[in-house]
Design a protein around this ligand. Structure first.
Ligand code: CA
Length: 230
């Protein structure tokens, strides 16, 4: 099951950046840009997590957070607040209003994703223990354990994230640029040939004798993951 994250944020570029990164991590994402529409959207479909900006048009994030905590149906909804205000008393006000975590802007996307995962682990352990299975390969996102035909394969952290991205986009060609964005983050200063180095390591660890390569090279386009049959 794909965890659903609702973003309440009125800054288009930030919504885009967050959606892109959340989707790359396997989340389903929707966004609301007006504070007065958040509660109605929650009534339609309760997300697994709400990413809530403090400064929203018409109704502030802090007021929304208070309303959420007053409503029985929404009381357990994990809320992470985003804000340009970094001052200590603002942080305390955010947490007092019932936010589960508070991330001041500007933030690094990687840090925000780690905070979201931590909140989800605390509040929705079932989602945090998500497993991805494609053919003979199983990837446990909670324990970071990878197996092929039931046998554990040891991967470095970068190879793990690469494999996760490939498995979430099985069969689809991924350019080096897409892989860089998804695995290293958009602002990382990494050369495209670094991708090739890690693909080589991933293949070496994952491939099984004469069985077909799990990562297919697509000339001048990139790479695609092909799930091996069990
Ligand atoms: Ca805003």
């Amino acid at each position: 099951m794909q965890p659903f994250v609702l973003i309440a944020e009125d800054e288009h570029s930030l919504v885009e950046l967050l959606s892109y990164n959340l989707e790359a991590e396997g989340f389903r994402v929707d966004a609301v840009m007006d504070g007065s529409e958040v509660m109605a959207r929650l009534d339609e479909e309760l997300p697994d997590l709400l990413l809530l900006d403090w400064m929203l048009p018409n109704l502030s994030g802090i007021e929304i957070c208070r309303q959420i905590r007053r409503k029985t149906d929404f009381r357990n909804l994990p809320v992470v607040m985003l804000t340009a205000r970094g001052a200590e008393d603002d942080r305390i006000r955010g947490l007092d209003a019932g936010a589960d975590d508070y991330v001041p802007k500007p933030f690094s996307v990687n840090e925000l994703m780690a905070r979201l995962r931590a909140v989800l682990r605390r509040t929705r352990p079932i989602l945090a223990e998500q497993r991805i299975v494609r053919g003979a390969i199983e990837l446990d996102l909670g324990t970071h354990k990878v197996t092929r035909n039931g046998e554990e394969v040891h991967l470095g952290p970068t190879e793990f994230r690469l494999l996760q991205h490939f498995m979430e986009h099985a069969g689809r060609v991924q350019s080096r640029g897409q892989l860089l964005d998804a695995v290293w983050g958009r602002d990382a200063e990494v050369e495209e040939r670094t991708v090739d180095v890690h693909i080589r390591r991933l293949r070496k660890a994952m491939n099984d004798g004469d069985a077909p390569d799990i990562i297919r090279t697509v000339r001048s386009a990139g790479y695609a993951f092909e799930a091996p049959s069990p």
